[in-house]
Write a protein that binds this ligand. Structure first.
Ligand code: TYD
Ligand code: MG
Length: 460
């Protein structure tokens, strides 16, 4: 028997090397090389098919760009309006979508809810993880229409492609790409070469047949999608499921989208009957309590094109140990430290001997600079133990000298706050030229942090 040979693959870029290296020479990442059996010499069936396709049937020639007919790609709705919105207005023909997320977050649930939600499409749901019985159980729980959805429990790529060729579905779902393997490679399922090969074969199928393909992908401990980064490069859309699996809210975020914006997110609630779309995220992100509590402020933030309001909570207490603790969930700690330094220097607050904890409601991660002001107000409110009325909200970026900087699309944020019944919104005074005539909410322009404190806490 021939000696088994192995090669090293970079898990980040898929680069191949005959020996181990600490740093991948192609992408420069450290500690990413893994050992896998070498690919066989004879070209894989899929590669041979592609070659035959290229050389005979369809010799592509360059085309003048001006002669290319403008096709926006046929889109169709997949029954979940929030996912349609994330995708940029529905699923595009021949596109490949990758949905990643931690175990138990709801990837399989979502990917089964899609076929069940569009009974007018012939769908094929391929699972390498669950038996048809288990899938049926889940489908019953989800209560959709399963009349036009076929199930295939299979992990061998060649068999899947054969069945797909026979069924000719309008939509193919593969759960998950890490469990599928091709027999043209010796390495085990989930390895870099298998993931790369299987995804490439499915991509070829998607592009040749015009069938959209939804892939489910596992993620690694550090939160990136398992397998080579090339997986993310070759697909058209990457959607990432986030949230605390113990809580019921889930956030689906688009991190790559060739057909739409990546600044969008959708909120879902995991119920006993599957994922429910939360059409108005503010409903869950603003407080449920009636009393005014200190340490809470509402931010008017923007997610892509949609404004919504969310609660920011803070707790400031005397540091029990020498080194004050700084902890933030859903917010960048470095940014929080910067805001604390601004409060210390420009507004004279002695926060150096205090522990500061910050939490963003609903398990959301925020990066919109317009949330700065609400973060500052929440911290000050907890520090003074003075509550801020719950029908006030905040929307401005805080600069290093304590000035409030204007934010984009302030009119839409103000309008949203007005719609939700807020009475006052604090914005940067540089935003005040805009007209907020019919927003039904009092707009308070503020110049800097000391002015804000005088207005809200009657201090300083
Ligand atoms: P699942 O889709 O299997 O997660 P993944 O494929 O990402 O690993 O989701 C599993 C979790 O969702 C599990 O903890 C049970 C819960 N769940 C519900 O709460 N309601 C439901 O209707 C379903 C189908 C699952
Ligand atoms: Mg699953």
């Amino acid at each position: 028997m021939a000696k088994a040979t192995t090669v090293w693959y970079c898990t980040s870029c898929g680069n191949e090397s005959p020996k181990w290296m600490g740093r991948c020479p192609a992408c420069g990442e450290w500690n990413t090389m893994v050992e896998e059996p070498k690919r066989e010499k004879t070209p894989s069936k899929a590669a041979a098919r592609t070659r035959a396709y290229i050389s005979t049937e369809n010799e592509a020639e360059p085309q003048a760009l001006k002669d290319v007919s403008l096709s926006t790609g046929n889109r169709f709705s997949i029954g979940l309006s929030e996912v349609d919105r994330l995708l940029g207005g529905g699923l595009v023909e021949g596109s490949m979508i990758l949905i990643g997320g931690e175990p138990g977050i709801g990837k399989s649930t979502l990917s089964l809810q899609i076929p069940l939600g569009c009974p007018n499409l012939k769908t094929l749901y391929v699972s390498g993880e669950e038996s048809p019985g288990q899938i049926k159980l889940r489908a019953t729980r989800l209560g959709g229409d399963d009349s036009n959805c076929s199930i295939l429990s299979e992990t061998l790529l060649e068999n899947i492609l054969q069945q797909v060729g026979r069924v000719k579905p309008d939509l193919l779902v593969v759960d998950s790409i890490q469990t599928i393997y091709s027999d043209s490679l010796e390495s085990s399922a989930g390895s870099v070469s298998q993931v790369r090969e299987c995804a490439a074969a499915l991509l070829r199928y998607a592009k040749e047949s015009g069938t959209p393909v939804i892939l489910i992908g596992h993620i690694t401990k550090d939160g990136s999608i398992a397998g080579p980064k090339v997986l993310e490069h070759i697909v058209d859309v990457v959607l990432q499921f986030e949230g605390d699996t113990r809580g019921s809210y889930r956030i689906l975020r688009s991190i790559k989208n060739r057909f739409g914006s990546t600044a969008e997110l959708a909120v879902f609630e995991m119920t006993s009957g599957g994922l429910r779309q939360v059409l108005n995220p503010s409903e869950i992100l603003i407080p449920m309590h009636q009393d005014d509590l200190s340490g809470i402020a509402i931010a008017a933030m923007m997610d892509g094109t949609r404004p919504f309001l969310l609660e920011i909570q803070s707790l400031v207490s005397s540091a029990a140990y020498g080194m004050p603790q700084r902890n933030a969930t859903g917010f960048d700690v470095r940014k929080m430290n910067m805001l604390l330094a601004v409060l210390e220097r420009r507004a004279g607050f002695k926060l150096g001997a205090k522990d500061v904890f910050l939490n963003v409601a609903g398990g959301l991660r925020i990066s919109d600079p317009a949330c700065d002001l609400a973060v500052v107000v929440a911290i000050l409110s907890s520090n003074f133990d003075l509550s801020v009325p719950l029908d006030w909200c905040f929307c401005a970026e805080v600069g290093l000298s304590g000035e409030l900087r204007p934010v984009s699309q302030v009119q839409r944020r103000v309008a949203e706050a007005g719609k939700l019944g807020f009475k006052k919104i604090f914005i940067s005074s540089f935003n005040k030229e805009e007209s907020f005539a019919d927003s039904g909410i009092e707009v308070v322009p503020v110049a800097d942090i000391p002015a804000l404190c005088r207005m809200i806490f009657k201090a300083s």
